[in-house]
Design a protein around this ligand. Structure first.
Ligand code: TEU
Length: 555
């Protein structure tokens, strides 16, 4: 069985992966068709974002029926075929479970709306305050109030996300039992893992006004969250061989993650945290233009690496997902150093202590969408914020500048398979525009090219399989205050790996704080990247150096 520490997870956004029936939307069969490509890359698990029945207000994160596949994505037979075919290739499937909220079209919510008390207690309904005010001043993550008024009931319901995503009431044991049954249902179908959407928001604390913020301090890492996760694990996947679980933790604290992903806490295998991806925000404010703060990025990554290790807890390590802009556009370079920077960013993640997650197209160096007209945007968050920023008086041009940098649509453009029509994604009209740079950036031109970004990712994945130090080694930052280099050491039983990265387009000098004798370069994005006491690092250069201990070099 694959150990999750030795594994690499590949995230698929099925809607944008491969369309096999010409309707412009990708589906499960598209994933099955590309399994050989994924095996070639070397990944172990596929995390598929939600494909359950959904009105798609938030692209499937608004689930209306947890046990059925949305016909847009295919059928149950398609899924079982995908599981079977993936298994033949040594790949297992992880499903994305959204249990903080359901779609308002879910039968439970519909019954609640009809006044059925049993189902009203599945959600969080509250009376408003005097003067027509909602129960609290909390804000939705997608903009506006987090409360929606239902005139027929004379009450508001809570929605931390879109108003069509009503928060579930985990205090109610019946809700928790429903969740467990749904998990067991999918486990019986043969899935081997779950990703839990915003799972640290499920336990709401006091319903009070937040004088200094948007309300998140009342429901983030809430009072009973650990109890709920332990119960869920115990009743379902806990202790299953080869089963992998990851929780998406929104605005979490490291102390809570010690428990969510602690070796002995019986909650989850690992966590996604996002602090390192807020280094181009102003505090928690995403809808601004702020240059990425490299020193902060390093400080956050390093503190999570060392902190989690000290507490025997495990990180999921990543740059990209369907909510994040493309990393090469964000922390790398789309121009002359496109290839070098994409490879360097890959190296940084894959040598850290944690399970690497890569998002479709990252292995090709796919870039941001550069949409410049509102019609091109699809995401509810982008559309809401366009309006909110305009209402604040910002010019259209400035709003587009911000969306181009931060919109979630950046990562949702179709996978670039070829340089041909619609990047080989669809014969029809894609639901979201294809990036015109597919003529240059595509899988077809990279798979056979030993110098490509794809080949580099393959090599990174092989490193993890070949050398235990990559998966299990201790972590230690090197020269943490250097203004352009991010470097660290991993060590295990006498084996030592150094990962040295120039994060800038300017060459720089880096004096290696450890003697370089005995090291060999196992991977780099430049030729002649030797271990030297003082390294002259070229633009976006990465050097992965390894010294073998007693076990020596394998053949
Ligand atoms: O995302 C949770 C979340 O809070 C953020 O990633 C958020 O989308 C972003 O920071 C807003 O700027 C998860 C899913 O990954 C996302 O696609 C869903 O929209 C969201 O939950 C609601 O289910």
């Amino acid at each position: 069985m694959t150990d999750f520490k030795k594994s690499v997870v590949y995230q698929i956004y099925p809607k944008s992966f491969l369309d096999t029936n010409g309707d412009g939307l990708g589906e499960l069969r598209g994933v099955t068709r590309k399994l050989d490509y994924l095996r070639e890359l070397g990944v172990d698990y596929l995390w598929l974002t939600p494909f359950f029945v959904s009105p798609q207000r938030d692209n499937g994160y608004d689930v209306a029926d947890y046990r059925s596949i949305d016909p847009r994505y295919g059928t149950m037979e398609d899924l079982t075929e995908l599981i079977r075919e993936a298994k033949k290739r040594g790949i297992a499937l992880m499903l994305d479970m959204v249990f903080n909220h359901t779609s308002t079209e879910h039968e439970w919510f519909q019954r609640a709306l009809a006044g059925d008390e049993r189902y009203k207690d599945y959600y969080i309904f509250r009376k408003g305050r005097a003067g027509g005010l909602p129960p609290t001043n909390w804000e939705s993550k997608f903009g506006g109030s987090a409360w929606e008024y239902v005139p027929e009931l004379g009450e508001y319901y809570l929605h931390l996300f879109d108003r069509t995503q009503a928060d579930l009431n985990w205090e109610n044991p019946a809700v928790r039992r429903e969740v467990q049954e749904i998990l067991r249902f999918w486990m019986e179908k043969g899935v081997q893992g779950f990703r839990f959407d915003v799972v640290n928001l499920i336990s709401k604390g006091a319903f009070e006004d937040d004088a200094h913020g948007d309300g998140r301090r009342f429901y983030t890492d809430g009072p009973r969250v650990h109890e709920y996760l332990q119960e869920m694990s115990r009743e379902t996947f806990g202790g299953r061989e080869g089963f992998i679980t990851v929780g998406e933790m929104s605005s979490t604290t490291m102390e809570n993650c010690f428990r969510y992903a602690g070796e002995d806490s019986g909650e989850l295998d690992m966590v996604f945290s996002f602090h390192h991806l807020k280094v181009d925000f102003a505090g928690n404010e995403k809808w601004v233009l702020v240059p990425a703060d490299f020193a902060r990025l390093k400080q956050i990554l390093f503190s999570w690496q060392t902190g989690m290790a000290e507490h025997r807890a495990w990180n999921a390590v990543f740059w990209c997902n369907h909510d994040q802009p493309r990393v090469v556009s964000r922390f790398g370079d789309e121009g002359v150093y496109w290839k070098e920077s994409a490879k360097m960013l890959g190296a940084v993640i894959h040598c850290l202590r944690g399970t690497p997650y890569l998002y479709q197209g990252e292995e090709l160096g796919m870039t941001n969408a550069h949409f410049s007209r509102l019609e091109q945007y699809r995401d509810v968050e982008s559309l809401n914020h366009f309006q909110l920023l305009r209402d604040k008086g910002m010019s259209e041009e400035s709003v587009y500048q911000i969306l181009k940098v931060h919109s979630r649509d950046n990562s949702r453009t179709p996978m670039q398979w070829t340089g041909g029509k619609n990047a080989g994604f669809s014969e029809g009209t894609p639901w979201i525009e294809v990036n015109p740079n597919h003529v240059r950036i595509n899988a077809q031109s990279q798979v056979e090219d030993p110098e490509s970004i794809f080949s580099f990712y393959q090599a990174l994945i092989r490193l993890r399989k070949k050398y235990d130090v990559v998966a299990y080694g201790d972590f230690e930052p090197l020269d943490p205050d250097h203004p352009s280099v991010l470097a660290y050491r991993r060590s295990l039983d006498g084996d030592v790996l150094l990962c040295i990265n120039n994060f800038h387009a300017r060459p720089c000098e880096w004096a290696c704080p450890v003697p370089v004798e005995g090291y060999e370069t196992v991977l780099s994005n430049y030729r002649d990247a030797r271990p030297e006491p003082v390294m002259r690092l070229r633009p976006y250069e990465t050097r992965i150096l390894l010294k073998r201990g007693e076990s020596g070099w394998p053949d």
